[in-house]
Design a protein. Structure first.
Length: 50
């Protein structure tokens, strides 16, 4: 959440699903964000905005 600038959990999860942030659901309560995939996702979005 902090890397992407979110403090509110609800807003963060809305954005994750809406924008397609790469994540892996380990089980019903645990979700992980693979660092390399997240960095690549941010890089692609940054270059799209330019």
């Amino acid at each position: 959440m902090g890397i992407l600038g979110y403090k509110a959990r609800g807003s963060f999860w809305d954005m994750v699903y809406r924008e397609g942030v790469p994540h892996v659901r380990v089980n019903a309560r645990v979700i992980r964000f693979p660092e390399a995939a997240l960095i690549e996702w941010i890089r692609r979005r940054s270059s799209d905005a330019a």
